[in-house]
Ligand binder design. Structure first.
Ligand SMILES: [Zn+2]
Length: 210
């Protein structure tokens, strides 16, 4: 579904409280996918959403990955076959993802601006994994946070749980990097997206965990 103008969020989950998302950005330069899910069912969901946007697989010009975990990368070979788009992830993880799913992945730098939709900036937030990133959509005042942020059963934002993190202390501390950006909404993988007041919520989380 379209959550902001030109920004589509797909929740692949069929189980409540366990969401898994893909985002589709309808940029004038071409369509961008962020994360691709893990099963053929997730690929079908993306195809269905593209259809509602009157787009086809070949309109996808770029595939971005937030980090190397399986639920975010398993469909990359299939998505590459369907779109032939370049795939990019943080430079620390590009080679790891290449090895895991045997598809070419280009490396991104921290703070690099990707020239789509008025500029998508890479925000490196290590800890959940070594090359975990968020993508900042300047024009939409939105951060696509992937697994950088989770939420608990009361919908309070939290750092990612320790069992899913390479280094939970680092993952918690580095969330403060998001405060350098001007944003209202926060789209993340496992939980309800926040469509307004997100920066204040992140500020409170950072203060609580300091
Ligand atoms: Zn993860």
């Amino acid at each position: 579904m379209e959550v902001l103008k030109g920004v589509h969020s797909i929740d692949h989950s069929e189980v409540k409280d366990h969401s898994l998302e893909t985002w589709i950005l309808n940029c004038k330069e071409g369509v961008v996918l962020v994360d691709g899910g893990m099963t053929p069912h997730d690929v079908e969901n993306i195809a269905t959403e593209l259809k509602t946007m009157k787009k086809e697989w070949r309109d996808v010009k770029l595939i971005l990955v937030t980090h190397k975990h399986g639920d975010h990368i398993k469909n990359l070979p299939k998505l590459k076959e369907l779109t032939d788009a370049p795939i990019k992830a943080h430079k620390l993880e590009a080679p790891l993802i290449e090895k895991a799913v045997e598809v070419k992945v280009e490396g991104l730098e921290d703070k690099e601006t990707i020239p789509y939709c008025g500029g998508l900036e890479v925000i490196w937030v290590p800890g959940h994994s070594e090359g975990n990133v968020c993508y900042y959509l300047k024009k939409h005042k939105t951060i696509i946070a992937g697994d950088t942020i989770f939420s608990d059963s009361q919908c309070n934002l939290t750092a990612p749980p320790e069992k899913y993190c390479l280094d939970v202390k680092q993952a918690t501390k580095e969330i403060e990097r998001l405060l350098d950006y001007d944003f209202d909404s926060l789209l993340y993988t496992h939980g309800e997206d926040i469509m307004s007041g997100a920066k204040q919520k992140i500020k409170e989380l950072v203060e609580k965990t300091r």
